[in-house]
Each structure stands twice: as structure tokens, then as C-alpha cells.
Design a protein around this ligand. Structure first.
Ligand code: GAR
Length: 191
């Protein structure tokens, strides 16, 4: 048995954080035991903090607004993550553009609510819903210097129905996220 340590970064609701905790925390996959060793957020009002508290997961609040540059913020993130020595860092709704200080030093994956390379950046669900495309989707990819641009690990799509509303579309995105992100983590850590 070996212990696979995971750090989760988030900025908001934290529903994917909670999903990962429920599906992976202190669970065994193959010969490995998985543990979410910490949550990290850049927003002190992020609901994900309440989720960390509820599941007794240590958390760190590193507010980007307290750092004069992206590089200095990323340096603090890298120091914090490295002190935890995780096998993988998971960006689950972590809404920051990262510099090479982060991307060259941390093995990380990101969840994005569209079929990348389409609809990068913010409001991807809305952009994808309002587009002419007949499908929506979710991607999990390695984090690189390019925004929402690293190598894709898992990606799936679903049909956009004729009578689809933004609400029903968002629901489909979320349930696909809850399926794909844990799968991607297990895929990487099991390799
Ligand atoms: C998720 O939909 C995730 O795909 C998105 O933020 C949401 C976080 O939700 N991430 C991005 O748009 C990254 N560019 P959650 O806080 O409820 O997990």
C-alpha cells in the first residue's frame, strides 16, 4: 500500500472539491490509498472552505490581492504546495491565470467546463450554451503556461437538446464534471 497525496485548489463553491472528497478521500484504488491532504483557496469567502471544515481537511487561504504580482502569488502557492509534498495538485474551479513559476514547478491538472480548445477562460458554460454547437462538454487537462491549454487527459461531450435551457445545460456539465475529474485523478495516480 502506498499513500497518494492530493492537494485541491478552489476559488468558489467547491462542489467538485466535495465530490473528490466523497469519492477519493481515504479510499483505496488498486494498491494505493488516496488522501486529500489540503485545500488551498485564493478567496477567503469561498464556500469550499466550509467543505474543508466539514470533512476535516486542512486548508490554506492565500489571497492573491495581498501579493503585488502574479509571480509573487505563485511563489507562495508553490512553497505551500511543496511543503505538503503531494503527488498531484487539482485545480477545481481555481480561477487564476498561473505563471511559469507555478506551471514549471507543480504537477497539476485543471477541470474546465467546455470541450477544449473551445471556450477557454471565464464563463465557458454560458459561451458553450449560447454557441451554435449541438454538444457541450467537459475537459480535464494538465496545467501549462497557456490558459486552459495543456494536454487533455479526459474529455467527454453530451447532446444539447432542442429545448435545452442554461439551467439544464449547466446541470449536465456539472454531472459530467463529477464523473470525469475523479476518473482523471485515478488515471494519473494509477500510472
Ligand atoms: C467548474 O464548473 C469548473 O469546471 C470551472 O469552475 C467551476 C467550479 O465549480 N472551472 C473553470 O471555469 C476553469 N477555467 P465548483 O466550485 O462548484 O467546483
Amino acid at each position: 500500500m502506498s499513500l497518494k497525496k492530493i492537494v485541491v485548489l478552489f476559488s468558489g463553491e467547491g462542489t467538485n472539491l466535495e465530490n473528490i472528497i466523497k469519492k477519493l478521500h481515504k479510499k483505496s484504488f488498486g494498491l494505493d490509498n488516496y488522501e486529500i491532504v489540503a485545500g488551498i483557496t485564493n478567496k477567503k469567502e469561498a464556500n469550499g472552505i466550509q467543505i474543508c471544515k466539514r470533512y476535516d481537511i486542512p486548508f490554506y487561504i492565500i489571497e492573491h490581492k495581498n501579493y503585488p504580482s502574479r509571480e509573487e502569488f505563485d511563489t507562495k502557492l508553490v512553497e505551500t504546495i511543496n511543503s505538503l509534498n503531494p503527488h498531484l495538485s487539482v485545480l477545481a474551479g481555481f480561477m487564476r491565470i498561473l505563471t511559469p513559476i507555478f506551471t514549471k514547478n507543480i504537477k497539476a491538472i485543471n477541470l474546465h467546463p467546455s470541450l477544449l480548445p473551445l471556450f477557454r477562460g471565464k464563463n465557458a458554460i454560458e459561451k458553450s450554451f449560447h454557441s451554435d454547437m449541438k454538444v457541450g462538454g467537459v475537459s480535464v487537462h494538465y496545467v501549462s503556461d497557456e490558459l486552459d491549454g495543456g494536454e487533455i487527459i479526459l474529455q467527454e461531450c453530451f447532446k444539447k437538446e432542442e429545448n435545452e435551457t442554461l439551467q439544464s445545460f449547466t446541470k449536465k456539465v456539472k454531472s459530467l464534471e463529477y464523473k470525469l475529474l475523479p476518473q482523471a485523478i485515478i488515471k494519473i495516480l494509477g500510472e
